[in-house]
Design a protein around this ligand. Sequence first.
Ligand code: CMC
Length: 359
Amino acid sequence: MTFDSGLEAVVAAETVLSEVDGDAGRLILRGHRLQDIAGVRSLEWLIGELWRGLVPRDVGEAVLKRDLGAARAAAFGTITPFLPEASRLAPVEAVRLLVAAAPDCADDLPLRLTATVAVGLAAVLRYRCGEAPIPPDPTLGHAADFLRMLRGRTAASTETAALETYLLTATEHGLNASTFTTRVVASTQAGLASAVTAALCALKGPLHGGAPGPVIDMLDAIGTPANAEAWLDAAVLRGERLMGFGHRVYRVTDPRSDVVKRAVESLGRNTGRLHFAEHIERAALAVLVRRKPARSLQTNLEFYTALLLEALEVPRDAFTGVFAVARVAGWIAHAYEQLAVDRLIRPQSRYVGPLPTAA
Ligand code: CMC
């Protein structure tokens, strides 16, 4: 048996949900090219596409929009007792606590969990500032209502569209670490709330969904365009990873990066910040070509996600939580797909420790 520490050469699942083609720089979501649906379709539409035939419920776009709105309203009541404890944690850890509180046997868990992530994140961010959480408006789409609950005002249509584009882009992405975690837990038949809780634990790491907050830290630390090249070069020489760059699968381009960058541009605000980020991106890519010539390292989803969420006034420590608002629907689809496979995921380890001494 061969050993592969990062499992990169291992195909551990067959899926109808997405194809991440690293050589072509292409992402297909259940038969649709990302570029063809981002900015065109709603998040609820994509959730319906992903859940169709896997999650046992009506997944029509209008029905999902209605039922997800109702689930947000229900989640608001369910999470309230947990807010004092949750708001003492980092936002993504708070979401983890709120999701973990759902019993694996609850009714309509797919919608309940999807709703809990968005409602819980928005509520926690207000509660920790001493502001009253804002109840959901079940008539709104998920993206618009999330922004409204987060900021306490109705979002402009351009803002909702930009966030929706990001959420749609981040919903599903092959066998990334958190999705693999979901499938491992689902394969034990532990239940959906357990699988999603475990996925949140995997998502929060800085090499996965924890990257966008540190992207803003990096921009702040660099400070001025003149500093960029020297700062980035020194960081790479110290062995640090430049946040928002590199990907395990994509070799030529991460198609999500362009989509999210266009969403940032569509907001048409703070162009100075965007130009600064573009300068940092160019400098980082040049440093990576020079210092890591053996590896094709490109801008990934998280770089412009950070710019987008910053422009939408999301606190930077909550960026990973917003990633979860999207990705939870993908995890749920994978959990059901894995359940249908009905096979425990149980790889082997190779023992390299000492052998017992002969008696
Ligand atoms: N900055 C500097 N060096 C890097 C980077 C980076 N961002 N990414 C990879 N490398 C280097 C790495 O140090 C190694 O160098 P060497 O061969 O000299 O030791 C080489 O490239 C190959 O690294 P690797 O660990 O085999 O690469 P990987 O394919 O396992 O890493 C990654 C993928 C995403 C973990 C990595 O690129 C990284 O840490 N990026 C920064 C964190 C980040 O932006 N994460 C978000 C990923 S996209 C969102 C998602 O889907 O989760």
